[in-house]
Design a protein around this ligand. Structure first.
Ligand code: HEC
Length: 148
């Protein structure tokens, strides 16, 4: 009979191996269009939001390893289903206005990007200057949309 720690280790390894067999969806649907914004605004959106809110996700290596892959794919799935910036041009003006308001809220309250993501993606942090760049652009867009 093997000793207890060895048995625990075997169980853990077996579970980890079995976990790799659970299918996860790690796809990037085609992105033929995307949100239009001045290049410096677009660069910030791309860097800080696109991984979860677009069809242009840069999948990290650990998105291939369960159980990390479950968290990553869940974030991307939920992020895209809430707000997809590569499908933005398909939204009507009213929906765009709604989501601009939601983006304003998430950015000014610093709830986006998600903290758990920022832990591993230091580069996606928003500086104060970038936050105000985004907020100014959002206000401008909301103003343009409400002129119609
Ligand atoms: C790590 C993935 C991730 C990143 C990066 C991320 N988000 Fe999110 N976002 C989510 C998830 C997941 C949800 C859904 C939250 C929920 O359902 O509780 C969400 C929800 C939102 C919503 C709410 C949509 C609605 O229906 O009202 C907005 C707006 C939003 N995010 C904006 C942003 C912006 C702007 C950025 C970049 C500055 C960003 N997010 C970066 C994962 C992410």
């Amino acid at each position: 009979m093997r000793n207890f720690p060895t048995r625990i280790a075997l169980v853990v390894v077996t579970l980890l191996l079995a976990a790799q067999l659970v299918p996860v969806e790690r796809t990037n649907p085609p992105a033929t269009v995307e949100i239009l914004a001045p290049s410096e605004v677009h660069a910030v959106l791309r860097r800080s939001c696109y991984d979860c809110h677009s069809n242009r996700t840069r999948w990290p290596w650990y998105a291939r390893v369960a159980p990390a892959s479950w968290f990553v794919t869940r974030h991307v799935r939920r992020g895209r289903s809430n707000l997809n910036l590569t499908e933005w041009p398909f939204l009507d003006g009213q929906a765009q206005q709604f989501f601009l308001g939601e983006m304003r809220k998430q950015i000014s309250e610093r709830t986006m990007p998600l903290d758990s993501y920022l832990l591993l993606h230091w580069g996606a942090r928003l500086s104060d200057a970038e936050r105000s760049l985004l907020l100014d652009w959002i206000d401008e867009e909301i103003g343009l949309l409400s002129d119609f």
